[in-house]
Design a binder for this molecule. Sequence first.
Ligand SMILES: [Zn+2]
Length: 297
Amino acid sequence: MTEGWDARKKAGLAVLAALAVAAIALLVFTMPTGPGEDSDGALIGEARRGGLTVALRDAVGDVKVIEAKAPGRPIVLIDPGHGGTDPGAPGVSGQITEKQLTLVFARELRDVLAERGRVRVAMTREDDRTLSLEQRAAIARRLGASLLVSLHMDSAPNPLARGATVYSLSDVASDREAARFAAAENAEGGALTSERDDSVRYLLSDLALRDQMEDSAALATRLVKVAGTGMLLRPEPHRFAAFHILRRSEVPGVLFEAGYISNADDEALLITPAGRKPIVEALAKAIETELSLRMAR
Ligand SMILES: [Zn+2]
């Protein structure tokens, strides 16, 4: 009798102990982390709500960095805009979409930079996959990229609109069109626009953000200068607006619109390797010049 009771008591205690361990584990697991413990701050908070944590890690894990000829060179991150379920703007011919052209451009730019070997180079996507702006920005931060170039093609209701535009990061848009364009690009891939972004993360790094904006504008100015001879630019080609990807990447960067695929002449130029070549060369030259000047500072 007593033996049986003891056995039951032991079993009961074991169950209680197991429950206690499970309760403690649950408590530890669900305890909120303090601001200092969470290096990714707002991003990880948002990722938890949206269930993106795993996807972010995967996206970063997939990124290949091509080494430079000399060690210790800065990393240039090329971001082919759109992709996967987000086709971007349609071409006027109906033959091509923005996401295809941005990828082609990005590969060509990567290859030129890799061959010259003055910088390390990586791409946010190397195939036709869906990536949110958050994921693209997270890749830039986690790689420790020195510079981000997000590639896009423009589209406008006016079929005569032509030429390339370089956008840099700013709190205030340069003009109404830039503001509208930024709003459209910021909606790409379901960007997360939480209030926490502006109220906590960015107020804390006000000075860093100002530096980032200055470097972004400097790169855009250089691009326009270098590109002036190699490609058709829009009137007032350097514009600025509050682009999520540029801001959240926390590295100097520009959003480069290679031309209007809503214009038949621009599209015809952009879909041929010969038409893209001078644009790619100009981009590569501006990137290398900007980084070598920054390294010399
Ligand atoms: Zn775009």
